[in-house]
Design a protein around this ligand. Structure first.
Ligand code: ZN
Length: 187
């Protein structure tokens, strides 16, 4: 019975939802929420009202068939949310910009994930990943990441896994899943 309880506890940490299209269960954070009735997208999963969930792969595949869901538009909305979270994180000193800062946080034992620019040097990527015990996501170019926060180039961002960080992670995952379109649905 003890084993069952600890399983339940784990489930509580990561609430699961079912994609209404493929019927697969996934952590809520990986799914896109829609408001029942209007079909409006609820990117931050905070809006009132009954909702339903669709996984990014199904949105990508069935996008054209779904009413009011345009994967390109959704991608665009997610991108804007990601950018504004990076800006808020930067202004609020929640996230850490650049290799040295990221390295410092990782070595201090902070739990978090990395945003790595798509055009960062392979060696830089290898070096920082050899220190990290966590996830990383490659999204945006150095110039793009830099432009979000008024710098010329940003190759690496360390995001602590606070509530804010997890929200940003969920947005990035949804965006990248939509981008790929063929990422596996089940974990
Ligand atoms: Zn699905």
């Amino acid at each position: 019975m003890r084993g069952f309880n600890s399983f339940q506890e784990k489930q509580q940490v990561k609430p699961l939802r079912t994609c209404v299209l493929c019927k697969k269960k996934r952590p809520k954070e990986e799914l896109i929420r829609f408001i029942a009735g209007t079909g409006e997208v609820d990117l931050l999963k905070k809006k009132r009202g009954r909702g339903y969930y669709i996984c990014p792969e199904c949105v990508f595949k069935a996008g054209k068939k779904l009413r009011k869901v345009d994967p390109e538009k959704l991608k665009d909305q997610l991108k804007k949310q990601i950018i504004s979270h990076i800006q808020i994180g930067w202004r609020g000193r929640i996230i850490h910009i650049g290799y040295d800062q990221a390295e410092k946080e990782i070595k201090r034992g902070k739990k978090g994930f990395l945003i790595i620019a798509t055009d960062v040097a392979e060696r830089t990527k290898r070096n920082i990943l050899s220190l990290l015990n966590g996830d990383y996501y490659q999204i945006f170019t150095k110039r793009e990441l830099g432009s979000f926060i008024g710098k010329e180039n940003v190759g690496i961002i360390f995001v602590p896994e606070t509530k804010f960080g997890l929200k940003l992670k969920s947005l990035i995952k949804q965006f990248l899943d939509l981008e790929g379109g063929s990422v596996n649905c089940q974990r």
